[in-house]
Ligand binder design. Structure first.
Ligand SMILES: N#Cc1c(N)ncnc1-c1cnn(Cc2cccc(F)c2)c1
Length: 288
């Protein structure tokens, strides 16, 4: 796509995700530019129209969380290099170290919802993790659970896998590290979010390893695209649908699309309500 290339020289487009673009530096040491767009996806489709400001808002949220998670090695390039980020995307881009990425989506769930609720009703378990009987949709789990998925190649679906399968994929030491780091980060992030009146219901992390063998937290982190966030006050009063993530879009799609053919365009009020929820989440969490 011609408009994908950056006008600033020194960057080669390498990968298009549903809502993000990846570029490789042709001049800096191994660096990767992750650019978030305003595109929104749901049910495996990129929807129209875009959500104004989404890319910038989610980039700001990722960067804030990376700062909150001090002590956890991450893939951000040293800030002194960030002046090399092309001005045309600077507000919605992260300059990162090039890592060898692990093919694992490290999903952590603190609450029962979404596909987890569907699976629980059928098997009283989620991704093979047994849970107590009697849980209801939206209930907090007795403790957060790690439910990894295999990162499928472009265009294929990620596949829920057992912890034992992750051991086969990346070895026992790394598999244990990914699990333990994911649960530890989730615990810290949940505490930080709840202190600001926000429930972190679930999220997914990605990790990679650098040339020195350091395992680093990568990709975007704890954004509305990679996480479910709920309003804690609304949840406490029994309103279990006051979400800060893409639930507004998901609910509208479920009510207005049968899942066949191309999805309908989102109405202006859904676009604006979604943009407002993103802005509200970032303001609530970061204070900015
Ligand atoms: N994070 C990270 C990362 C890194 N630090 N080094 C090398 N590769 C990656 C990397 C590879 N795929 N993705 C996901 C992805 C896909 C599409 C667009 C995106 F912005 C992001 C990330």
């Amino acid at each position: 796509m011609a408009d994908i290339e950056l006008t600033t020289p020194g960057w080669t487009h390498t990968y298009s995700g549903k809502v993000r673009e990846l570029y490789a530096s042709t001049v800096l040491p191994p660096r990767v530019l992750m650019v978030a767009t305003d595109r929104v996806s749901a049910f495996d489709h990129v929807l129209e129209p875009a959500i104004p400001g989404k890319g910038e808002l989610l980039t700001r949220l990722s960067l804030w969380w990376f700062d909150q998670l001090e002590g956890m090695p991450n893939h951000l390039a040293p800030r002194e290099e960030w002046s090399s980020i092309p001005p045309e995307v600077a507000s919605r881009a992260m300059l990162v170290r090039e890592l060898t990425m692990y093919p694992i989506e490290c999903v952590v769930r603190g609450y029962l919802s979404g596909s987890g609720w569907v699976e629980y009703q059928e098997s009283q378990s989620v991704c093979g993790v047994p849970l107590p009987a009697g849980l209801r949709d939206g209930d907090r789990l007795p403790e957060p659970i790690y439910t990894p998925a295999w990162k499928a190649p472009l265009g294929q679906h990620d596949e829920n896998i057992s912890y034992e399968r992750t051991v086969e994929l990346v070895g026992e030491t790394v598999a244990a590290a990914l699990r333990d780091l994911s649960l530890a980060i989730f615990g810290r992030a949940s505490t930080i979010a709840e202190a600001r009146g926000v429930i972190l219901a679930d999220t997914k992390f990605e990790f990679g390893v650098d040339d020195d063998g350091v395992v680093r937290l990568a990709d975007e982190v704890l954004t509305s695209d990679s996480s479910r966030y709920w309003d804690a006050a609304a949840y406490a009063s029994g309103n279990r649908i006051a979400s800060f993530d893409k639930q507004i879009v998901r609910d509208w799609m479920k009510a207005n699309w049968d899942g066949t053919g191309e999805p309908p365009a989102l109405p202006a009020d859904i676009v604006e309500r979604t943009a407002a929820r993103y802005r509200e989440l970032i303001a609530t969490l970061t204070g900015a």
